[in-house]
Write a protein that binds this ligand. Structure first.
Ligand code: BTN
Length: 252
């Protein structure tokens, strides 16, 4: 069972989160977070579940997680960056995860555009950010799935996924790990500019200047991932042109 008092006890401040809600079993913590928002009109809520039975991934994928082994949670945040830089929210979360895991477990993970967390090219975490516009501001529902103690990946994920337990060779305690991540997120929001977040994202990205596949004019084409612009969009070189891009990429 995920023991929320242990998470709370390891949080450095309550600036980011005002309430933690735990569901032993649920369909999707992102869905729960929206329902809570509609009911209470409040952000700064963290929803955690030990058994997510209909976890949503990006691009209509599903998210696999065995009961009681991993982190599946959603954090409701108020918009932090101006609307033209809304994409920076999607970069901030993986940076906090990378820094939190590094501090807690001393391992270096990498980011694949926009916010997959990888170890040696295998996926260890994914982030689904959904947003709702309320008057002129956005509410962001940041769903985080982290393979912490997973060892029973379904066949179709076995070769492309890994977990912190598989990397470290021992069980990893989830509550302090999530607290380390949320503490990093709090510090990043408090101390850093959009520029700094972009810099940190680039430092951890595993495909800078590498060949990738992406969708362009309805076709899958090859290009070189050059970096990010000041709006937090990907810049891809293709046919001697630099293209600003926000969609899915595939590394080669
Ligand atoms: C991805 O496709 O990589 C994103 C996966 C996001 C999964 C998390 S698990 C907690 C939260 N609730 C969901 O239904 N999805 C996100």
């Amino acid at each position: 069972m995920f023991f929320t008092p242990l998470l709370e006890g390891n949080l450095k401040s309550h600036n980011l989160i005002s309430e933690i809600i735990y569901y032993p079993t649920t369909k999707s913590t992102n869905k729960d977070a929206w329902e809570l928002y509609i009911k209470n009109n409040q952000t700064r809520i963290l929803v955690i579940s030990d058994n997510q039975i209909a976890g949503k991934g990006r691009y209509n994928n599903s998210w696999f997680s065995s009961p009681g082994k991993n982190i599946t949670c959603s954090l409701l945040l108020n918009q932090l960056f101006p609307i033209e830089k809304i994409n920076i929210h999607a970069l901030l979360i993986p940076v906090a995860i990378i820094l939190g895991i590094k501090k807690f477990l001393f391992i270096d993970l990498e980011i694949k555009w926009p916010n997959d967390i990888l170890f040696k090219n295998k996926k260890i975490g994914g982030i689904l950010i959904e947003s709702k516009q309320i008057k002129k501001k956005f509410i962001l529902n940041c769903g985080i799935g982290l393979n912490v103690n997973e060892t029973d990946f379904p066949l179709e994920l076995k070769s492309s996924s890994t977990s912190l337990k598989e990397i470290k060779g021992h069980i990893v305690q989830r509550e302090p790990l999530l607290a380390y991540i949320l503490n990093e997120l709090t510090d990043l929001i408090k101390n850093l500019s959009e520029k700094d977040i972009i810099k940190l994202w680039l430092t951890s990205c595993c495909h800078i200047n590498k060949r990738i596949c992406f969708k362009h004019n309805g076709k899958e084409v090859k290009g070189t991932f050059k970096g990010l612009d000041k709006f937090g969009m990907a810049i891809i070189e293709h046919d001697n042109k630099f293209i600003q891009y926000s969609g899915e990429i595939r590394t080669l």
